[in-house]
Write a protein of this length. Structure first.
Length: 81
């Protein structure tokens, strides 16, 4: 995994160093829970271990930081679609 790109309210947001040319997305971790969110259209791909309140909070955090995460994604993966 590449370094964490965002920390907020105990959540870690990161991406793998080799994302196989997938569209922009971020992996979210807290404790044993994990999720994957697409950044272009801000949609959850999967969530394991997060309750509905946590999932809403993750979405709120991503809405607030979406543009900076997209910018960082394209710096990290200039060949991305």
């Amino acid at each position: 995994m590449s370094p964490v790109v965002l920390r907020s309210q105990g959540y870690r947001f990161a991406w793998w160093s080799n994302e196989n040319r997938e569209p922009p997305h971020v992996h979210v971790f807290k404790g044993d829970a994990a999720a994957k969110w697409w950044l272009d259209f801000l949609e959850e791909e999967y969530s394991v271990g997060f309750n509905p309140n946590q999932r809403r909070l993750i979405r709120d955090i991503l809405e607030e930081h979406r543009l900076e995460l997209l910018k960082e994604w394209y710096v990290s993966f200039p060949e991305a679609p």
